[in-house]
Design a protein around this ligand. Structure first.
Ligand code: HEC
Ligand code: HEC
Length: 265
């Protein structure tokens, strides 16, 4: 199964979308999410458009350069945008587009209702191999403001066709075949030792990578991500079987352990 990705076209469209989003954010300062409203409760008359623009900018920086901007809460060298591509706007790479209104929602993993803040924490303690970002702190407020800015109406749940990852048939990956795929299609960027060259080329295993409690640690999730987005310079090259194989190979390698103290996330 080959999945074509109209890469060049999207690259041309994205800057326009980003501009639209920021213009929209400026125009709609009344539709701030509950978190942003709470954070600005001390400011009489609510949050001004320029304060809101600043928050969104700060949140995008946190999203794109997470280890640098939130060093106390990140245990590896991955940024959110290493998996949520193009600052969380790429369809089928678990995008943040129109996501805010989908929370609160029931989480099967947690077994209870979670907020968007809880979901962000989940990626901090698993994908970032770190610690929960304080739920009411300025960094969380900024991240939520950025994610809100990617929704037309953050208060309304909207189905989005590019939500999550692509759907794949369930196949069994073969790590021996996967090693051959890795060497020929991945190692040039992610390294023979899987360590990559952070922050530009992210690690796929070892201490700079996500931990064994992360969503990407599930071979089927990685296969879906990889088939649609990788190799980064030639997406659409692999078959579904090769994506499963390379994912099986990557998951024979060591990585950080999930800290059970954070099992509630
Ligand atoms: C190692 C890769 C990786 C990193 C790094 C990562 N995430 Fe995720 N994230 C995932 C995967 C995989 C999913 C689940 C996608 C699915 O199953 O549809 C996910 C899901 C999410 C969701 C829910 C999306 C949805 O459709 O419900 C949010 C919100 C989120 N991540 C935020 C973040 C934030 C914020 C950061 C940075 C602090 C981050 N993630 C870092 C891999 C990652
Ligand atoms: C041309 C360089 C390049 C090649 C080749 C490449 N990648 Fe990537 N990969 C990247 C970059 C850069 C990112 C970060 C996201 C982005 O900027 O697009 C990334 C992100 C990832 C991620 C999510 C982040 C992480 O570290 O877990 C996975 C998983 C991944 N690549 C797997 C693969 C696999 C498997 C292959 C081979 C089939 C591959 N990549 C080939 C450059 C590459």
């Amino acid at each position: 199964m080959q999945v074509a990705r109209p890469n060049r076209m999207r690259m041309a469209i994205l800057p326009i979308m980003a501009l639209e989003f920021s213009l929209f954010a400026l125009a709609c300062s009344n539709s701030a999410s509950p978190a942003v409203r709470a954070a600005s409760a001390g400011v009489s008359g609510g949050i001004s458009p320029s304060q809101k623009k600043g928050l969104i900018h700060q949140g995008k920086l946190l999203f794109d350069q997470t280890p640098k901007e939130a060093p106390d809460y990140v245990g590896n060298k991955l940024s959110c945008s290493d998996c949520h591509l193009r600052s969380g706007t790429e369809a089928h790479a678990a995008p943040m587009t129109d996501l805010a209104g989908a929370f609160p929602q029931f989480s099967k993993r947690a077994g209870h209702i979670i907020s968007l803040q809880d979901r962000i924490q989940e990626c901090f303690v698993r994908s970032e191999a770190g610690h929960p970002l304080p739920a009411n702190g300025p960094q969380m407020t900024a991240m939520v403001a950025y994610i809100d800015s990617l929704s037309k109406d953050p208060s309304k749940s909207k189905s989005y066709p590019g939500r999550g990852l692509i759907k794949l048939p369930t196949l069994i990956g073969n790590p021996t075949r996967g090693k051959a795929v890795y060497v020929s299609q991945c190692a040039a960027c992610h390294g023979m030792d899987g360590g990559g060259d952070p922050p530009i080329l992210p690690a796929l295993w070892g201490r700079d990578s996500y931990n064994d409690g992360a969503g990407m640690n599930k071979p089927a999730k990685m296969a879906a991500f990889v088939l649609y987005t990788m190799p980064e310079n030639h997406p659409g090259l692999l078959t579904a079987q090769q994506a499963y194989d390379v994912s099986a190979y990557v998951h024979t390698m060591p990585r950080p352990k999930f800290n059970q103290a954070y099992a509630r996330y």
